[in-house]
Design a protein around this ligand. Sequence first.
Ligand code: FPP
Length: 248
Amino acid sequence: VSGQTASAAAAIPAGGGILPRHVAIIMDGNGRWAKKRHLPRFAGHRAGVEAVRKVSRAARALGIEALTLYAFSSENWRRPESEVSDLMGLLRLFIRTDIDEMVRDNVRLRVIGDYRRFPADLITMIDNALARTANNDGPILVIALNYGAQAEIAAVARQLAVQAKDGTLDPATIDEAMIDRELQTNDLPPLDLMIRTSGEVRLSNFLLWQAAYAELLFVDTLWPDFDGEALAEAVSIFGQRQRRYGGL
Ligand code: FPP
């Protein structure tokens, strides 16, 4: 355990609060972080990968069961081609440099989103990485790649409509639990906490169904500055909130 993760764990008051089982993060502010330093946007994304590393290690140290990170949204294709290709390059680098640690630390790597639209070599790398951690049974690291929540829900609707048309599904039996089971997150713990960095207050098409009862936390910190201690603080804020799920 590095000093970073040890201090993240120590920042949680003894016996203080309930731990979220599943935390999702919209990692925002890489560009602004770079701009403040008169650096190219790429430098911000590169620093963002370092934050991914720190925060995923800290999540494990804290005992969070699943961490879902929004690395590439289905809308990110609208960015300049050079930036899209920079992000793909960083993803390659991340898999290459971090997969051994994940295998060793019993992390299960997962991907949500339609990453089949990515370059062929990257698809192969992702598939290999998923296969290498598939038999692990420790904390889950979910990377959202070419992910959009509305597209995810539309895919479920299409799938159920096909079954209804076939006559294998009675539309009257479609309920929330059935939709839950068809989503790509069906084997993850319920989403407890959604964090967005950089002061923007939007969900930007991330885990819209899953966030129904999640606590939302918007922090001003730019993503490259977010670290294990920031995660521990978010967890401690979560622990102080009262969740009523519509009850009293
Ligand atoms: C938002 O910053 C961030 C992204 C669009 C991508 C997040 C990607 C990474 C942290 C790196 C790759 C991830 C992995 C898992 C290897 P922005 O560019 O929108 O920032 P801005 O709003 O300040 O311009």
